[in-house]
Design a protein around this ligand. Structure first.
Ligand code: PLP
Ligand code: ZN
Length: 466
């Protein structure tokens, strides 16, 4: 395997930890030099291989490395780190939800990964590679760092804690801009947690400075091993639908744009190997409070100019990024996607719609986070605009709802700061009801208390006597 620069096409050895091209500074992707050989194998044979591997007892091949040949066939079994990553359930949206929206779709619940977001896929990739490097070079001390909107650090700290010596993990967070759950995760895994004032984009600048001046391993999605690991999402979706992507559309939230890069890259590989006949349509989704990729693709094709944006507070906090590191990768892969007959779009949604959509999804038995809500809002928007009609949609619910319960609480309590511009709909709010007061409880015997509490509940719920 080798690194390939997205800007100047230079190739570099994977024997070194590289994040950007030493020749031109461009971002990198990984390339398998045997890919031409793989093309000689019929697509059906690949399908059979991956289908049979479902039954494998080999722990290393149970997670994202089920697709070993398409991931990193340079790694040894002993290097592969598996913590239960990947193979997140694809859940058909509840009947009522599909009927109400008039669209057929499913959620892929990435919150059921070990650290409760899709970031584990990429970390399984990076940490497996790091273990191979440690073994090969006999490194005795390796410090990993990442900037994070919350979930990257949770995943990095988890995998770092599992792998242990000689790897130590440091994470850098924007103070007050990650949820309490996301902060508790790296703390609980024993990582060194550092905070700075500002937003993710500020953390990223600091980490980049660190990586170019000191000996550290950068775990942000600039690291192309993470992109590689996250390609597994595409392979799983294809396998879930028996390698048939006809009339399918995927919705993916865009933050730093690593995930959408990985998903496009995975589908491109499968198309080139004839594992799938058709590429699914891809819809990136961005909030109007952090929408540089939407702003770019929204312009007429010939005159597109890229500008980073200043982000405003967003409930899709994990995607609140004004200058996505992987934007050049998206540009390159979206062009390739379309050249292969695929279709790439970006839609923009409002904060209000993201919150409503998340709550509606979860009131129908899903476990969508705010970014999952963003996908549902994007699907709804695409439907209203006639951008999607007869396709079946697969929405990336990127993290577990519990990580973002603070936003749910702000919605239910109507305490959103005005910058978000979110006003709750009363019919979507839910609050606990008190059955009996503490004072009343004190004045009653145990038996009377149970009886009165039950009577209050019966009255409240309008229960009939038996
Ligand atoms: C990281 C993250 C995103 C954004 O993904 P990118 O690869 O940065 O575009 C979306 N949702 C969740 C929950 C995330 O953790
Ligand atoms: Zn280059």
């Amino acid at each position: 395997m080798e690194y390939v620069c997205t800007k100047c096409n230079a190739r570099h050895s994977i024997d070194e930890l590289l994040y950007t091209c030493p020749s031109c500074g461009g971002v990198l992707l990984l390339n398998d030099r045997d890919f031409a050989e793989y093309k000689k194998i019929p697509g059906k044979k690949w399908q059979k291989l991956f289908d049979e591997r479902r039954a494998s007892d080999c722990q290393a091949l149970k997670g994202i490395f089920r697709y070993y040949e398409l991931m990193a066939p340079v790694l040894e079994e002993e290097d592969i780190v598996y913590l239960g990553d990947g193979h997140s359930p694809v859940i058909l949206a509840s009947k009522e939800l599909r009927e109400n929206l008039g669209i057929d779709f499913a959620f892929k619940h990435e919150g059921q990964n070990p650290s409760a977001s899709f970031k584990d896929r990429g970390m399984a990739g990076v940490f497996s590679y790091l273990r191979a490097m440690v073994r090969k070079h006999g490194w005795d001390d390796i410090l990993t760092v990442c900037a994070s909107t919350g979930d990257t650090s949770a995943a990095a700290a988890l995998y770092g804690a599992y792998v242990g010596s000689p790897i130590k993990t440091v994470v850098l967070l924007p103070e007050g801009k990650v949820t309490p759950q996301q902060l508790s995760q790296p703390l609980g895994s024993g990582a060194t947690v550092l905070q700075i004032p500002g937003v993710f984009d500020d953390c990223m600048k600091v980490v980049e400075h660190l990586a170019s001046h000191y000996r550290v391993a950068l775990l942000n999605s600039k690291n192309s091993w993470r992109i590689l690991g996250q390609e597994s999402y595409a392979y799983e979706v294809a396998q879930e639908y028996r390698w048939n992507m006809k009339n399918k559309a995927l919705f993916v939230p865009i933050g730093n744009a690593g995930n959408i890069t990985a998903i496009m890259s995975g589908f491109i590989k499968m198309k080139k190997l004839d594992i799938i006949d058709e590429l699914p349509r891809i819809f990136g989704v961005q909030s109007h409070h952090a929408d540089p990729v939407y702003q770019y693709y929204h312009q007429v094709k010939e005159n597109r100019v890229y500008h980073p944006v200043e982000v405003k507070p967003s409930v899709a906090q994990a995607a609140m990024i004004g200058n996505p590191v992987s934007f050049p990768r998206v540009q390159k892969l979206a062009a390739e996607y379309e050249a292969l007959g695929g279709n790439f779009n970006v839609v923009q949604v409002r904060e209000q719609d993201i919150m409503n959509a998340m709550i509606i999804a979860n009131r129908h038995g899903h476990i969508a986070c705010t970014q999952g809500g963003e996908c549902l809002a994007g699907l709804f928007h695409a439907k209203q605009q006639g951008k999607i009609a007869h396709e079946f949609a697969i929405l990336d619910a990127t993290a577990h709802a519990l990580k973002f319960s603070g936003f749910q609480e702000m919605y239910f309590e109507n305490t959103f700061p005005p910058e978000f511009g979110v006003v709750p709909k009363e019919n979507l709010c839910n609050r606990p009801h008190s059955v009996i007061s503490e004072e009343r409880k004190k004045s009653l015997s145990a038996g009377e208390y149970a009886e009165e509490a039950a009577r209050n509940i019966a009255g409240f719920m309008g229960l009939a006597k038996r």
